[in-house]
Design a protein around this ligand. Structure first.
Ligand SMILES: NC(=O)c1ccc[n+]([C@@H]2O[C@H](COP(=O)([O-])OP(=O)(O)OC[C@H]3O[C@@H](n4cnc5c(N)ncnc54)[C@H](O)[C@@H]3O)[C@@H](O)[C@H]2O)c1
Length: 325
């Protein structure tokens, strides 16, 4: 049993990881300022409502916690907002993470699991990204995430007992298969969430941004990973570090892509509801295709996904959405 600090554990992905860690009897302390998360999503552990930017209070928690590891999910995550309000992103994602890392170093929290993003790759020729694909983030969100990757690399280089696992998430979707938690994020911009809201009658219609991409049906192609599989990757990554594994950067995706139109059609099929769409212009900064080259994560930490099924992903998301008030 390990003693783990989880930042952002009331959010979509963090809450799924907290559930899995809690079911394995780890001792958990969850810090979240509830800016987008919900306390009800935290099913295990001690909850501390705190903005990690409050360094003084954060130090009190870390100093008294005697933590073995930190899972860091807290952050600002909306790409268009990062373009119009970069200060918020450099402050929350870069500055606050730096302060957190300094405190982890000071109090010997030497295992660190970090949520990075496929957005660090930018627009990749051919659309398939391996961990060696050159980094070229197109927006402040992706840049702030990559800055943390750099900090982690430098910390691990300088401080020999410090090890990290970085996951570059592709498109995270779906809800817990037990139906206990799901995505509550207000104003979410995620395709499957929005299509599920339309199917549930919470929105009248949705927009497909761009129908003239160089893809078979003209809409963008993405690699959708079920949130429970992603949560399991975090547990596997942590176990890998506990066994003495060295720091790693890994893609977290299935290596398989679906177009926007295919996803919307799947939501229609699994819900039996119409999902009216408007065809809109392309959005700035959207790559035509982003798919993970997905081998490294399996080889390195033994991750075996169980929910690589777009129908299941859409079904769990839409069931969750239907019951969400
Ligand atoms: N959802 C995706 O598809 C996706 C893809 C790539 C990377 N990520 C990364 O995964 C992480 C989690 O994303 P998510 O989808 O669960 O988002 P989310 O908004 O649901 O979760 C983020 C959580 O962090 C909390 N938080 C934010 N800033 C905080 C602060 N300063 N102090 C304390 N708590 C704070 C929020 O209240 C929320 O509970 C983020 O770092 C995000 O960049 C997400």
């Amino acid at each position: 049993m390990a003693n783990i600090l989880v930042t952002g554990g009331a959010g979509y992905i963090g809450s799924h990881v907290v559930k899995l860690l809690g079911e394995s009897d780890h001792k958990l302390t969850i810090i979240d300022d509830l800016s987008t998360g919900k306390k009800e999503s935290v099913l295990f552990g001690k909850f501390v409502e705190l903005n990690i930017g409050n360094t003084e209070k954060l130090e009190e928690v870390i100093k008294s916690g005697n933590f073995d590891a930190c899972f860091h999910f807290a952050g600002s995550i909306v790409v268009p907002e990062s373009v119009t309000d970069p200060i918020k992103y450099y402050e929350n994602n870069t500055k606050n993470t730096f302060e957190l890392l300094k405190l982890c170093h000071k109090y010997s929290v030497n295992k660190f699991i970090f949520s990075s993003t496929a957005a660090v790759y930018g627009d990749v020729e051919g659309g398939i990204c391996s961990e060696d694909t050159p980094i070229n983030p197109l927006n402040p969100y992706g840049k702030t995430k990559y800055m943390t990757e750099w900090m982690l690399e430098d910390f691990a280089h300088a401080y020999k007992s410090f090890e990290y696992v970085i996951f570059r998430y592709f498109n995270v979707a779906g809800a817990n298969v037990d139906g206990k938690i799901g995505q509550c994020t207000p104003n979410a911009t995620h395709l499957i969430k929005i299509a599920s809201q339309v199917a549930a009658g919470k929105r009248d219609k949705m927009v497909i941004f761009g129908t003239d991409y160089p893809t078979p049906d003209g809409t963008c192609i993405r690699d959708y990973i079920h949130v429970d599989d992603l949560a399991q990757a975090h547990v596997d990554g942590f176990n890998y570090l506990l066994k003495g594994g060295k720091s790693q950067v890994m893609n977290a995706g299935y290596g398989q892509g679906y177009s926007v139109k295919e996803v919307i059609e799947t939501v229609r099929e699994v819900t039996g509801h119409d999902v009216p769409v408007d065809l809109g212009e392309r959005r700035a900064g959207d790559a035509a295709k982003l798919i993970s080259k997905a081998e490294k994560i399996g080889h390195t930490i033994g991750w075996k996904p169980k929910f690589n099924d777009i129908e299941l992903i859409c079904k769990t998301a839409s069931n969750w959405e239907k019951n969400l008030s």
